[in-house]
Design a protein around this ligand. Structure first.
Ligand code: ARG
Length: 435
């Protein structure tokens, strides 16, 4: 590792004689990750500059130069020509360095009355807020698909399961609707997180605020926040919004993984409830007959990442003293990953379901197996013969045993067979034994 006697960092190197070591550079630089904040950082800087002019902290002339330069940078990002440079560590310093190249020394005035600590906290909150908006669109798309399928199959009989054993006959529509309900809660969890995170850290500066006569209400309003965060220390060091977001993503992923598991089971020849389209299946390199539900398996598997990301972030934050600590630079990568992952899973699930064929005849015949109307029989005994439920349960058990012995379904037993278990049973019972 080389030690060069040059003042390496133009942003903070005033008191430094040496460059960071190569390994220091590797552990410190995060531009590859936080480049995704560019849009939010530019919007923030424009609002901040505008506020500095309004408060007469900077001149109108300087601020219009700064805002012009920031707009040019925006175009460079959009065209893919913005030069990302490791020597400027992160997105915030890359943008400021580029601004200096474009507009000259006045660029140095942009950082008046702010710190990277309130800058990163604010732009990260804005990013998560935008990400939630996109995820809600993905969730709504999948909910609409589930609602459509539910309506289409509202009379399609299938076995409902407990312990993965046939339990009672239900409809496919009702089964799918359960997932639509879970997704509605996933959406409301994200909305809730979005509501709570929508306070603006800007103005907290490094941690203690700033002596300049800034207008925090103006910047908060301009950036779409409900209000400035009341505590400057909390503003720069709170990351519970990221934890909440990660939990909401993990929980949505967990719901999708349950649906994925059912798709995987249902696609087996043994179940045969669903046939995935070729678009959403893969083949085996050795077994020509195979059609594998890989997308569903990956949705199920990616729940591991989503849960891991939540645990990672909570572990980073545990025990950190106030206020900002560099540990917190580890906050973004996993949030970005959870967003990418859950967004992909929601889209894949939507694609799989909207192109799948549900084999309702097979579901119906499966619903006839496994004595699934036994609970209906017990209820009939209670309602028609005024039997206590516990006794009805025993009588029904005996009738199931009888059918099992004869190798037939409940509705294939004769009335005489049933009366041999309980003499008061009448012909009317067949009404509930059929599905
Ligand atoms: N890249 C840093 C992060 O994401 C920005 C904040 C740096 N602040 C500081 N005091 N070094 O956390």
């Amino acid at each position: 590792m080389t030690k060069e006697k040059t003042n390496a960092n133009a942003m903070w190197g005033g008191r430094f004689d040496e460059k960071p070591s190569d390994i220091m550079d590797l552990i410190n630089v995060c531009i590859d990750v936080d480049v995704r904040l560019w849009r939010q950082d530019l919007r923030l800087s424009k609002a901040h500059a505008e506020m500095l002019a309004r408060q007469e902290i900077l001149t109108e002339g300087d601020v219009s130069t700064l805002i012009g330069g920031l707009s040019d940078i925006e175009k460079e990002f959009e065209d893919g020509t913005f030069p990302l440079r490791r020597e400027y560590e992160d997105i915030h310093m890359n943008i400021e360095a580029r601004l200096r190249e474009l507009v000259g020394d006045v660029a140095g005035r942009l950082h008046t009355a702010r710190s990277r600590n309130d800058q990163v906290a604010t732009s990260f909150r804005m990013w998560v807020r935008d990400a939630i908006g996109e995820l809600i669109t993905d969730i709504d798309t999948l909910r609409a698909t589930l609602a459509k399928l539910s309506a289409e199959h509202k009379s399609a009989t299938m076995p409902g399961f407990t312990h993965l054993q046939a339990a009672q006959p239900i409809t496919l529509g009702r089964h799918l609707d359960a997932y639509a309900q879970m997704l509605a809660r996933d959406k409301s969890r994200l909305e809730d997180c979005q509501k709570r995170l929508n306070e603006c850290p800007l103005g907290a500066a490094a941690l203690a605020g700033t002596p300049f006569p800034i207008d925090r209400d103006f910047t908060a309003g301009k950036l779409g926040f409900d209000r400035p965060m009341p505590s400057t220390l909390d503003a720069v060091s709170a990351r519970d919004f990221a934890n909440e977001f990660l939990f909401a993503c993990a929980q949505a992923g967990l719901h999708l993984s349950r649906l994925a598991e059912e798709i995987i089971l249902w696609a087996t020849p043994q179940f045969g409830f669903i046939t995935l389209s070729d678009q959403w299946s893969t083949g085996s390199s050795i077994m020509p007959q195979k059609k594998n539900p890989d997308a569903a398996e990956l949705v199920r598997g990616k729940t591991g990442r989503l849960t891991g990301n939540l645990v990672q972030m909570m572990t980073v934050m545990k025990g950190l003293p106030l206020a900002y600590n560099k540990d917190m630079q580890e906050d973004k990568e996993h949030v970005f990953d959870s967003f990418d992952t859950i967004s992909l899973c929601l889209k894949a699930m939507d694609g799989m379901l909207s192109t799948a064929a549900f084999n309702t005849a097979r579901m119906r015949s499966a619903a006839l197996e496994g004595f699934t109307t036994a609970t209906a029989l017990a209820d009939w005994l209670v309602m028609s013969l005024n039997m206590p439920f516990r006794d009805a349960h025993h009588v029904t058990g005996a009738i199931v045993k009888l059918a099992e012995g004869q190798g037939c379904r409940l509705d294939e037993l004769s009335l005489a067979d049933m009366q041999s278990v309980h003499a008061d049973i009448t012909e009317d019972v067949f009404r509930v034994l059929k599905i």
